[in-house]
Design a protein around this ligand. Structure first.
Ligand code: ZN
Length: 482
């Protein structure tokens, strides 16, 4: 995600499909076959989910995150902090949720439970244990009602945002990791899978989606689109009656821009295209065939999903391009190289921020320079330290903290975005440009479509031969003085 408050305003081969004797595709990753229809604030769907056990142990139960329940009345972990609610709920109080209607397996209906700390987990005990390298398929019928809210999931003032709307398998961390919906940061963690999504809505809508459009048909006043996306840890859509569209090509990637208020769409498209080109050159090839950039209602600056990004239609023109760059950088850092965003949000946010610096450094004429941006980040960070020192008599700048351990948005942004961005600048000054970019390329190559932890980042630079002794630790533990 990109905060409004910031001053700084492949391996496909390893995941390849193979075709079994019966002709059905089998995969070494999970498959989400989603069939959904949207009408008047309600999305009805069926998820046919094939689980491939890539874990080292047998699995007796599947657990899915139910993020839409963070919008329900009485949520313990509401999607929006009370301090931000007025800006997000544009029509007063409004609620949404997800109902799980039925779960079925090969032998018919299966028992299930909606559990977790905040009705945030769908738990499905399996009929039989699934051993490593085995598969099991289940289907889940669900219905999502949408709140009127400018947020990841909801009817916004200008479009319908469908992010985090379906049951998504919990990420694996020695067991299924249950995310609760912290309102600061992006409280998500899921593994890469393949998606085949059929989406139906009134034909008045133009639909933006993660993934490639494979088929589109109109019938009975409705439009049905079929999308495919491989090796992705999420899938999002966005629809509006008012979208205008523009397409361009960058490094063989089709960039689609959906907008309704933007007065300078050609300029916005230029940011997206240059970002894809710059990051492909610096880090490695863009991970998907398409990128949908969507101007929509959103109460922060922007939000990243695989192959789709939201850009808030509230942003001033000067910030709009920067947010496009930041969210596009997340295609490398979050979508491809994943991390547990609850435990280590700084891993992807810091790199998305530093990638934004690299964009401006490598593209003159976009109005900012690397020294300007680093100077602004240092000033912002030092101001945060002074404010906290004066208010509380101390400041905690440690980085290995889960979202729930931050006091709020200001502290989280100062550490996970700004301090983490500065960490990459100082690392670059310490090891030199050649080693720095060699390390980033290797980090991308080694962890694309997997999930990295902080020690993987450290280890990557060590494997490249960089002398980083104590460098990362001083940032992580908060001892470094900036
Ligand atoms: Zn971000």
């Amino acid at each position: 995600m990109k905060k409004l408050t910031l001053l700084l305003a492949l391996v496909f081969a390893f995941g390849a499909l193979f075709v079994s004797g019966c002709g059905k595709k089998e995969r070494d990753r999970n498959l989400y076959e989603l069939a959904c229809s949207y009408d008047d604030g309600v999305l009805d769907g069926t998820l046919d989910f094939t689980f491939y056990n890539s874990f080292p142990t047998a699995v007796k139960e599947l657990k899915f995150n139910l993020f839409p329940n963070a919008y329900r009345q009485g949520a313990k972990y509401p999607a929006v902090a009370a301090s931000a609610a007025a800006g997000a709920y544009y029509a007063g109080k409004s609620y949404g949720n997800i109902e799980i209607e039925k779960v079925a397996g090969e032998n018919g209906e299966m028992p299930f439970a909606v559990t977790g700390k905040d009705e945030n987990i769908l738990s499905v005990p399996l009929e039989e244990e699934v051993f490593p390298d085995e598969r099991v398929s289940i289907s889940v019928d669900f219905s999502v009602s949408l709140a009127k809210i400018n947020h990841r999931l909801g009817i916004t003032e200008s479009a319908v945002n469908l992010g985090n709307f379906y049951p998504v398998l919990c990420g694996y961390d020695g067991g299924f990791y249950e995310c609760v919906y912290y309102s600061s940061g992006d409280p998500f963690f899921s593994d890469c899978a393949d998606y085949e999504v059929t989406f139906t809505a009134d034909e008045k809508y133009t639909v933006a989606a993660s993934g490639e459009l494979k088929e589109s048909r109109k019938e009975g006043g409705g439009i049905t689109n079929v999308y495919a996306l491989e090796n992705a840890r999420d899938f999002a859509l966005c629809l509006s009656e008012n979208f205008e569209t523009m397409s361009a090509s960058a490094e063989g990637v089709t960039v689609n821009y959906y907008y309704s208020k933007d007065k300078q769409p050609v300029t916005s498209m230029e940011y997206a295209v240059k970002a894809v080109e710059t990051f492909s050159s610096l880090f490695g090839a863009y991970p998907y065939k398409t990128l949908s950039v969507v101007e929509t209602g959103f109460n922060e600056g922007g939000m990243e999903y695989p192959a789709l990004v939201y850009i808030s239609d509230r942003l001033e023109p000067a910030a709009f391009g920067e947010v496009i760059v930041h969210e596009t950088a997340h295609q490398w850092w979050y979508a491809a190289v994943g991390n547990n965003q609850v435990e280590y949000g700084f891993l992807d946010e810091g790199l998305a921020e530093y990638s934004t610096v690299l964009f401006y450094e490598n593209n003159e004429g976009f109005g900012m320079t690397r020294p300007q941006m680093i100077g602004a980040a240092e000033l912002t960070y030092r101001t945060f330290c002074n404010v906290y020192d004066k208010l509380f008599g101390k400041v905690d700048t440690s980085m290995l903290r889960p979202l729930g351990a931050y006091s709020g948005e200001y502290e989280y942004v100062s550490i996970a975005y700004i301090k983490a961005c500065l960490m990459y600048e100082y690392l670059r000054l310490t090891v030199g440009d050649d080693m720095f970019f060699k390390g980033l390329k290797k980090y991308y190559a080694d962890y694309a479509f997997a999930e990295a932890e902080p020690q993987d980042l450290v280890g990557t630079f060590e494997k490249c031969g960089a002398d980083t002794n104590g460098f990362f630790e001083s940032f992580f533990d908060g001892s470094v003085i900036i």
